[in-house]
Design a protein around this ligand. Structure first.
Ligand code: FES
Ligand code: FES
Length: 157
């Protein structure tokens, strides 16, 4: 059966069963490889995407549960020519080492900044607590999120 999903502003159909995890469809059918497979068990955050603005683990989200929800992946957040302030800040802070966790971190941070444009460091730490980084670049990641918030406050993108 075909299921329609609204991804990064476009409606796309996929021939898949309703219990198929969203992560598999994004990567295998839509060639959106920004969301990563880490644990597959909602434990690491590498697969995080936004669903109606809420940071969500796509590895355990069945596509049949999504209906008309708006799905945003890292590919829909910014472009190479016009990166999202978070993408800018992560580059400026050189926050990635291997980079595997980074897209999930950015998506979780995007939810935070949408809801709280001027977060404290503690807010950032709490919002990213469920996103794991095996390289240990957490301090740079936190600095990058705070930098993006500051850039937003200064009206820079
Ligand atoms: S792959 Fe989804 S939380 Fe780890
Ligand atoms: S930069 Fe390697 S897992 Fe975070």
């Amino acid at each position: 059966m075909a299921i329609s999903l609204k991804v990064n502003g476009a409606v796309r159909a996929v021939p898949a069963e309703p219990d198929t995890p969203l992560l598999y469809v994004l990567r295998n059918d839509f060639e959106l490889n920004g969301a990563k497979f880490g644990c597959g068990l909602a434990q690491c955050g590498a697969c995080t995407v936004l669903i109606d603005g809420k940071a969500t683990r796509s590895c355990i989200t069945p596509i049949g549960a999504l209906g008309n929800s708006a799905i945003t992946t890292i590919e829909g957040l910014g472009t190479a020519g016009k990166p999202h302030p978070l993408q800018h800040a992560f580059i400026d802070e050189q926050a990635a080492q291997c980079g595997y966790c980074i897209n999930g971190m950015i998506m979780s941070a995007a939810e935070l900044l949408d809801n709280k444009p001027k977060p404290t460091e503690d807010d950032v730490r709490q919002s990213l607590a469920g996103n794991l980084c095996r390289c240990g670049t957490h301090n740079r990641i936190i600095r990058a999120v705070l930098r993006a918030a500051q850039a937003n406050a200064n009206g820079r993108t």
